[in-house]
Design a protein around this ligand. Structure first.
Ligand code: DAH
Length: 338
């Protein structure tokens, strides 16, 4: 019996040493210590031993059981250690890899120009006001002295939402809204989106305007000129030339379009300025008395000037962009340049 036990000791220890998975280890445990296991089997013979032999074999069997069990534990410990190391190795971060750079956002060129325009007029005491993009046809046209048969009302130019309701085609209706609820003096600019049925390399169905309105007693055309000169110089630089060209707008009388000397050819004539040397940047004039009557102002008592400019066009000129559609594609290669 002693020999049998010794043999089990040698074989079990050797076998456990070779084990590579937890499953085979478990199989070995059953092979030796299971109900029909080899060790269990030998121990069944204990009852037949003599009085003298019993304590000797008992001591030996305990010693061997303990030794084998310890070996099991050792191997399990080794497996766990292995698993842990493996996990650690898998989770390591290669700190030598280059990082992923985040793109830094930029302010859109149109936003930059809009902010600059607002800064300039705030500096001259103008207040910034906004109005709705969905507008009454009455405010967009009638109250601005634009007759019913005016071509701008044509479905080809104006987006109609419903009978009498349009997407505003300019920021001018905000003049009416402000005058209706405020008494003069008024000194405002109105930045905002406007809509027209247009689409080519310099026109989109949605674009941005900034409207200006100043109403007080004895306002003259020379004050309009002074304000717009100052604006043009601050916006485009001290050497810029400005000219006022007679024009017609239903809501101003007299009216003028304002041109600046061409930024691209120094007024020598190029493709951008259609070889005229001048670039049109805005419309303006003295508020038509008919407009004052619509808002219950007394045209004998108050006068004023107004102007309206296209922000997208000014941004194109300022940054030398030839295709307006580039502004709205949100391509980082484009956006990064400003
Ligand atoms: N509303 C005009 C347009 O969209 C621009 C304009 C011209 C506005 C003259 C004005 C003005 O206030 O006085 O083309």
């Amino acid at each position: 019996m002693q020999d049998q036990l010794e043999q089990i000791r040698t074989e079990a220890l050797a076998e456990i040493q070779e084990v590579e998975t937890l499953e085979t280890l478990e199989q070995l445990r059953i092979k030796y210590f299971g109900r029909k296991g080899l060790f269990t089997d030998v121990m069944k013979g204990m009852g037949k031993l003599s009085k003298e032999q019993k304590p000797v074999i008992g001591k030996l069997s305990n010693e061997i059981r303990l030794e084998i069990t310890n070996k099991f534990d050792q191997v399990i410990e080794k497996f766990n250690q292995h698993k842990h190391e493996h996990k650690l190795a898998e989770e390591t971060i290669d700190i030598t890899l280059p990082g992923r750079r985040r793109q830094i956002g930029r302010r859109h060129p149109i936003t930059q120009v809009l902010d600059q325009i607002q800064m300039i007029f705030k500096g001259m005491g103008f207040e910034v006001v906004e109005g709705p993009e969905i507008e009454l046809e009455f405010y967009n046209f009638d109250a601005l002295n634009t007759p019913k048969d005016h071509p701008a009302r044509d479905l080809q130019d104006t987006f109609y939402i419903d009978e009498g309701i349009v997407l505003r085609t300019h920021t001018s209706p905000v003049q009416i809204r402000v005058m209706k609820k405020t008494a003069p003096p008024i000194r405002i600019i109105v930045p905002g989106k406007v809509y027209r049925r247009d689409y080519d390399i310099t026109h989109l169905p949605m674009f941005n305007q900034v409207e200006g309105l100043l109403v007080d007693h004895h306002v003259t055309f020379s004050e309009l000129k002074g304000v717009l000169y100052s604006f043009a110089r601050q916006m485009f630089g001290d050497t810029i030339q400005v000219r006022f060209r007679p024009h017609f707008f239903p809501f101003t009388e007299p009216s003028a379009e304002v041109d600046i000397s061409c930024l691209f050819c120094d007024s020598k004539g190029c493709r951008v300025c259609s070889h005229t040397g001048w670039l049109e940047i805005l419309g303006s004039g003295l508020v038509d008395p008919n407009v004052f009557e619509h808002v219950n102002y007394d045209p004998e008592n108050v006068t004023g000037f107004a102007f309206g400019m296209g922000v997208d066009r000014i941004a194109m000129l300022k940054f030398g962009i030839t295709d307006l559609r580039l502004m709205f594609e949100n391509d980082m290669r484009f956006a990064k340049q400003f």
